[in-house]
Ligand binder design. Structure first.
Ligand SMILES: NC(=O)C1=CN([C@@H]2O[C@H](COP(=O)(O)OP(=O)(O)OC[C@H]3O[C@@H](n4cnc5c(N)ncnc54)[C@H](O)[C@@H]3O)[C@@H](O)[C@H]2O)C=CC1
Ligand SMILES: O=C(O)C(=O)[C@H](O)COP(=O)(O)O
Length: 367
């Protein structure tokens, strides 16, 4: 069995090496000719799996994406051609929660805010959105959820998009959908961007095309710029460079890049392929993970916001990612290089906080 995988997918050799001939290559370079004799294709979000890519893939029996988002895969095509498919729902939701917590705490420093009592609107209340909502509630924030699809079942739990857009902080967690009843392409469009208040904070850790980046640049160049946190960008790996100086935290689509999240992603595909091939699952994700660099910290008191910010930074320093992004901006291939060479990042759940009774697990730390 021949298996081709994106080189940014950890533990492929360990999980598939015993039963497949494994080749890896950069996800953006996978070509139709390479798939001629491949049985299994494992990708991340940067490989467009469509008619053109599969033109010569006569033997392909399984495609997996080790990501939550699936907007890069023509799943209808795979179904029509009888090719098995799996994605990894929820695999990196905790990493996105960590990213958001780190971002919120930096935003608070920048604006001189106490987060308790501020409103956070979560646009898209699925796996990542719920993770973010839980952390924000644990910070004492008032959380508004906006999700028209979930609202069909329980309208009272959700607010309309335009109401959500009045929150102090608005964070986007929707899939990229270009058509249908609830499209998300340019969900934040020119008119809505123009209607926002200059005190507001916007965060995008889902897909770049959900925000109109040109309209945002226009807004930022005006008299009342917004406070922005951007992990994702329209037209990645290109970035609208003049926008970057107007963004408080700028990162290269790494919100989900914890080691745990990546391992869960590869593991979900391993499980799915085992099922397709009738093989027993022989390892657990925990067996693949090394010990974290810092496993426990003893505290003298329940952490206030400033101490919490330092504790989070001990595990995940979002400013380091922002700095690396600004330093590399403009260099050829910088976006993908930062992602390929991304330092090993552990989840907050790898750190146990000792010495205090409070339930800091609600913020993501180990219980
Ligand atoms: N930056 C990063 O590293 C990462 C980005 N993502 C992106 O985040 C997206 C969301 O991930 P999950 O929360 O795990 O997906 P999910 O499928 O669990 O939840 C998405 C939610 O969005 C809702 N939704 C759909 N259209 C909407 C609309 N027009 N307005 C409001 N809500 C809407 C859905 O009903 C669903 O509840 C993924 O599709 C992916 O594109 C995911 C992981 C990491
Ligand atoms: O899971 C998703 O959806 C994501 O956005 C991934 O975290 C992105 O990872 P790459 O595909 O860009 O390696």
């Amino acid at each position: 069995m021949k298996l081709l995988a994106d080189e940014n997918m950890p533990f492929v050799q360990e999980l598939f090496g015993d039963w497949a001939e494994v080749t890896t290559c950069p996800g953006r370079e996978i070509s139709p000719g390479q798939l001629r004799d491949v049985d299994v294709l494992l990708v991340r979000s940067i490989t467009r799996v469509d008619e053109a890519l599969l033109a010569q893939a006569g033997r392909l029996a399984f495609v997996g994406t080790a990501t939550i988002g699936c907007d890069h895969v023509d799943t209808g095509l795979l179904a029509r051609r009888g090719i098995g498919f799996a994605s990894a729902p929820g695999c990196n939701k905790v990493a996105v929660g960590d990213y958001l917590l780190a971002a919120l705490l930096r935003v608070a420093v920048h604006k001189g805010w106490q987060l308790a009592g501020k409103t956070l609107a979560v646009i898209g209340a699925g796996n990542t959105g719920s993770e973010v909502a839980g952390r924000a509630r644990a910070l004492g924030m008032e959380v508004l959820l906006c999700d028209p699809l979930l609202a069909e079942r329980d309208p009272t739990a959700f607010v309309e998009f335009d109401q959500a857009l009045r929150a102090d902080i608005v964070s986007f967690h929707v899939p990229l959908v270009r058509d249908g009843e609830h499209p998300t392409w340019h969900l934040l469009d020119e008119a809505r961007i123009a209607g926002l208040d200059g005190e507001q904070v916007l965060i995008n850790a889902c897909r770049g095309d959900v925000w109109d980046n040109r309209a945002l640049l226009q807004r930022q160049q005006g008299p009342e710029p917004l406070t922005l946190v951007m992990d994702v960008w329209e037209h990645e790996p290109e970035v609208l460079a003049p926008l970057v100086p107007h963004v408080l935290l700028a990162t290269p689509h790494i919100a989900g890049y914890s080691l745990e999240g990546k391992v869960r992603g590869t593991f979900a595909l391993y499980q799915a392929l085992c099922t397709q091939q009738g093989r027993a699952v022989a390892v657990t994700p925990g067996q693949l993970l090394p010990s974290p660099p810092v496993a426990a910290v003893t505290l003298a008191e329940v952490p206030e916001q400033a101490l919490l910010e330092r504790l989070v930074r001990l595990v995940y320093d979002i400013e380091r990612d922002d700095l690396a992004f600004r330093r590399a901006l403009g260099q050829p291939g910088f976006f993908d290089r930062l992602r390929k060479d991304y330092p090993q990042r552990r989840e907050l759940g790898s750190l146990r906080l000792l010495g205090v009774d409070n339930d800091l697990a609600a913020l993501g730390f180990k219980a």
